[in-house]
Write a protein that binds this ligand. Structure first.
Ligand code: ATP
Length: 355
């Protein structure tokens, strides 16, 4: 096992790339600590698979280096990187039994048979495959086959990293929930570095200790689920994480405080940075917007029942602002005033948080 470092990495699929639009990955330097559970989260096309393939060695980066511990592995092919990979679709040997499929990566490495047996049974038990161990893989459903793929990825304890590329896509929704928490539990037991690619925020937040959020080839934030929720460093993180996403509203600055709707708002600590002509916005999540006697005047346009809360859509001029109101709380008719929680109101310059 080892720490993984990406140093000044950049990648383009073109031989002689020019403008930024021709780069699939913009320059990034990222450290993945040994034993960490990471999710790589972002919308389709943002570069997740490209990054994963660079770490596994399937792609050589156009620029920069990949290090496993103190070894530069940039030029090493996948089979010399000592990694395990689980893909979107099952990779199993249909003619072998479930047991032999799970044992395969271990037997390949000449692990003694008693140890193989112990490990295979342990993994099978965790994935509810014990009953089917002697069944041929060919007879299993897509769910069952993907569980074998997960098991094969998890069975070796000597790998540098286990990489999962959207492995629960083919799994039915109910089992998905179960497998997510099993994967988390397994990681806590085996403590191998895990990188889990997904475009599903719930999956990322459930499985990972640290979430690496990507947008258009750029890593925009690396943080715990709580950090991404409470202090999104980029407006994209605010939009992408949370349901509904963060309210992002145009603002100006007055003595380091955001001015919105003609009012100067309090924030945790006034901005000391100069904005230098950047596009300024304030961000506040619907969870941190409240109805108040005075504040930003709004018109209530829609109320949607979301279980314990109502999602209330309001309008101030051209801007829409969402807030969450506990179900049962009486809402004013038509117009209202809003207050933003100062400790959870951030200011952004050209989409990046400033403080
Ligand atoms: P998805 O979730 O849809 O798999 P992703 O986040 O994994 O998307 P990538 O597949 O890494 O994103 O793609 C990043 C960018 O690189 C996209 O613009 C894509 O079109 C481009 N790209 C990916 N693979 C190739 C390739 N083999 N040749 C040329 N361009 C590619």
């Amino acid at each position: 096992m080892s720490k993984i470092s990406l140093k000044n990495l950049r990648h383009s699929y073109q031989a002689e790339p020019g403008p930024d639009s021709e780069w699939a990955l913009n320059e990034m330097s990222v450290d993945w600590s040994d034993g960490g559970a990471y999710a790589l989260l972002g919308p389709s096309g943002c570069g997740k698979t490209t990054l994963l393939n660079i770490i596994s060695g399937l792609i050589e980066p156009s620029v920069g280096e990949v290090w496993f511990g103190d070894e530069n592995v940039t030029q090493l092919p996948p089979d010399q990187r000592n990694i395990a990979q689980v893909f979107q679709f099952p990779v199993v040997y249909d003619t072998m039994s479930v047991y032999d499929n799970l044992a395969f990566p271990l037997r390949n490495r000449q692990v003694p048979e008693p140890d193989v047996d112990k490990k295979v049974r342990e993994i099978a038990a965790m994935l509810d495959l014990s009953e089917t161990l002697m069944t041929r893989a060919a007879g299993l459903t897509a769910d069952g086959k993907q569980k074998i793929s997960l098991g094969r990825g998890l069975v070796r304890s000597d790998v540098n990293v286990i990489m999962f590329d959207e492995p629960l896509t083919v799994i039915d929704p109910h089992l998905k929930w179960i497998l997510r928490s099993k994967l988390k539990e397994l990681h806590q037991r085996i403590k191998t570095t895990m990188i889990y690619v997904t475009h599903d925020q719930t999956e990322a937040l459930t499985i990972a200790d640290q979430v690496v959020v990507m947008q258009a080839g750029t890593v925009v934030q690396i943080g715990t689920p709580v950090e991404l929720f409470e202090r999104p460093k980029h407006t994209f993180v605010g939009h992408f994480i949370g349901s509904p996403g963060m309210n992002v509203l145009p603002c100006q600055l007055d003595n380091g405080r955001p001015v919105y709707g003609g009012q100067t708002l309090e924030i945790a600590s006034p901005i000391s940075q100069r904005a230098n002509g950047a596009r300024l916005e304030l961000g506040v999540r619907p969870e941190f917007v409240q109805l108040a006697d005075a504040g930003i005047p709004v018109r209530i346009t829609k109320v949607s029942d979301a279980g314990r809360f109502n999602i209330v859509d309001t309008q101030h001029g051209d801007d829409s602002i969402k807030l969450l109101v506990p179900t049962g709380e009486t809402l004013p008719a038509g117009t209202a005033h809003l207050k933003f929680d100062p400790t959870h109101t951030q200011v952004y310059a050209d989409d990046w948080m400033i403080s």
